[in-house]
Design a protein around this ligand. Structure first.
Ligand code: SAH
Length: 341
């Protein structure tokens, strides 16, 4: 049985047509799902018994289950269980500019980044759109507020699950759906070039973030196996193409790992690499985990790195830290539940 939250409005309309129903009912169904937030098909009053029966026969809704919630100041972390018993997590963060949620796009991840908890647990499967949509619906109901920003930066590599992630974005972005503006949605990728190339041609203004983490191939390959497949030169060329076509600014994420990628020379090399590119760099203080040996760069060295970039006229920010008490690093909650670490 399909889940109704998998369906874009267009696909739902086509489904209705194929089943001798009226296409416009997709509008009404969307209204019930995303504006009225009904919990069952029976609550969809006024759309006709026949349509309700059709939906009840063919679709399910609300399948993810909360297993654990951790809270700290301005951050909440949710561990969800899916119908096959797999687990994923989402993190909610309260900022001065709004409320963002970091959602997972896969169960596990195959990219194998050495510093990342998600990568230790290999990919089991892709998430379907409904499993991403339900993360948002569940959390909005929990906090009784609307989420304003989405970052697809939780467990998984979104460009390794391209079509499902794009359908998810369509549902979220649709004014009749969850209605979050595309400029408030960010996809983060470790640099899968074919994914970025497809993404260049997508309509809308969804933001692109690239997990860079190193200014050259040699270093990058040490910490990110995917760097052996997609070389920095080619990656930068693709990003330039993206910027040219979309006129959008790209974010580069750079985790600060002590004695690995955090020297002033690294900063200089990074500035050179990014020279003339419409971007900004987000320096991320590494969130240490018990299971992985990497250490975080101390604040003084982060500031020195930051200063070198600033001096070289690179736009740079240091990511505000959330929830060191709540296993907030990507994949930590799930990993610790599974491994008992
Ligand atoms: N696969 C995608 C999205 C998921 S990872 C990507 O690579 O971008 C989201 C971000 O969290 C990436 O920049 C990743 O490198 C970073 N990350 C992973 N583990 C982290 C940790 N322990 N501390 C800080 N950032 C981490």
């Amino acid at each position: 049985m399909k889940n109704i939250y998998n369906f874009t409005q267009g696909d739902l309309g086509n489904y209705l047509l194929e089943n001798n129903d009226k296409k416009y009912r997709a509008d009404q169904i969307y209204e019930f799902l995303y504006k009225k937030r009904v919990k069952s098909f029976d609550e969809m009053i006024n759309i006709g018994k026949k349509t309700i029966e059709l939906l009840k026969n063919d679709f399910s809704m609300f399948k993810i289950k909360l297993i654990l919630k951790q809270e700290d100041v301005n951050v909440k972390k949710y561990l969800f269980e899916l119908i096959d018993g797999q687990r994923i997590e989402s993190v909610l963060m309260i900022h001065d500019y709004g409320i963002s949620i970091c959602i997972s796009s896969q169960v596990g991840c195959n990219m194998g980044c050495k510093f990342c908890e998600s990568g230790r647990l290999k990919k089991v499967r892709n998430l379907e759109p409904y499993e991403m949509v339900e993360q948002i619906l569940y959390i909005e109901e929990d906090i009784k507020k609307r989420i304003t920003h989405i970052v697809i930066m939780g467990i998984g590599e979104p460009f390794d699950n391209y079509d499902n992630v794009m359908n998810f974005i369509k549902i979220v972005n649709n004014p009749k759906g969850i209605d979050i503006g595309s400029r408030h949605i960010t996809i983060s990728t470790c640099g899968i070039i074919p994914g970025i190339e497809k993404f260049i041609n997508e309509p809308g203004q969804v933001n692109l973030a690239i997990s860079l983490h190193a200014p050259n191939d040699k270093l990058r390959e040490k910490i990110m196996p995917i760097a052996k497949v997609y070389k920095l030169n080619d990656l930068m060329d693709t990003i330039k193409k993206y910027i040219e076509k979309t006129n959008r600014r790209v974010t580069f994420e750079y985790i600060m790992l002590k004695d690995i990628n955090d020297s002033k020379e690294n900063a200089q090399e990074l500035a050179k690499l990014l020279k003339g590119i419409n971007c900004y760099v987000n320096l991320i203080p590494y969130n240490e985990t018990e299971n992985i040996e990497f250490r975080r760069t101390n604040n003084k060295d982060i500031m020195s790195f930051y200063d070198v970039l600033k001096k070289n006229k690179v736009n740079v920010t240091i990511r505000k830290e959330f929830g060191s008490k709540v296993d907030a690093a990507c994949g930590q909650l799930r990993a610790n539940q599974m491994i008992g670490g």
